[in-house]
Write a protein that binds this ligand. Structure first.
Ligand SMILES: C[S@@+](CC[C@H](N)C(=O)[O-])C[C@H]1O[C@@H](n2cnc3c(N)ncnc32)[C@H](O)[C@@H]1O
Length: 206
């Protein structure tokens, strides 16, 4: 579920969402997340669920990229920027099987899980497991609530349009139904403003 009324409606507009992200420092955040956590290899098959305008794509290098998002404006924007670098589908993540093949090295959920209810996250984990190669990984990035959190970071998490911002352990627990090895790392310094990011990695091999 997400908030879509009032000012939140603006985040549905692709250009406004991307401008707001860049102003907050998303470039440095993406660099850190890609180099420390996603770590794509050349020619990896990458499925990006809730891809938005696929702003992460230039950071991934030479990969085989499929992005899915249910917002047609974001998908149109992705196609206009990166037409020859990936395949983009407008639809719900739960339809991923219809849009793509099995055998992904990486499944990305960058800013998606906190928009989904618990059952949807568990269903997503089950689907991701079935689409990943045995040594593939799911990487999720979401805002989080943590103890002794900076009050501004806490407020920003509360104001997020996603209505299911969780504690890191809760993101992990929902993915643990399908994955044997789930871990998280919290960052408080990736943006120009105080903000708590939780990077969750789920896989079935060490
Ligand atoms: C916070 S944005 C993140 C966009 C992009 N991944 C990024 O990092 O900039 C969350 C995205 O998830 C998409 N989304 C939310 N629920 C979805 C669902 N059930 N299926 C597919 N996309 C969804 C929204 O349209 C939105 O583009």
């Amino acid at each position: 579920m997400e908030k879509t009324t009032g000012a939140y409606r603006l985040t549905q507009v692709s250009a406004i969402y991307d401008f707001y992200q860049k102003a907050l420092g998303s470039h440095r955040a993406r660099n850190t997340i890609v180099s420390n956590h996603i770590r794509p290899k050349e020619n990896d098959f990458v499925l990006d669920l809730g891809c938005g305008s696929a702003e992460v794509l230039p950071f991934l290098g030479d990969v085989n990229y499929v992005g899915i998002d249910r917002n047609q404006g974001h998908i149109d924007n992705a196609k206009s920027q990166f037409a020859d670098q990936g395949i983009f589908h407008c639809g719900d993540f739960s339809d991923a099987r219809n849009f793509s093949k099995e055998g992904y090295d990486l499944i990305l959920c960058l800013g998606l899980l906190h928009h989904l209810g618990d059952k949807e996250v568990q269903d997503l984990a089950k689907l991701a497991k079935s689409l990943l190669l045995p040594d593939g990984r799911l990487i999720a990035v979401d805002p989080a609530f943590v103890e002794n959190q900076n009050p501004i970071a806490r407020k920003l998490a509360q104001w997020d349009s996603g209505q299911n911002v969780r504690m890191p352990e809760q993101y992990c627990s929902l993915l643990s139904n399908s994955f044997s090895n789930v871990s998280f790392k919290v960052y408080n310094n990736l943006l120009r403003v105080p903000y708590t990011h939780c990077i969750t990695t789920a896989q079935n091999q060490e």
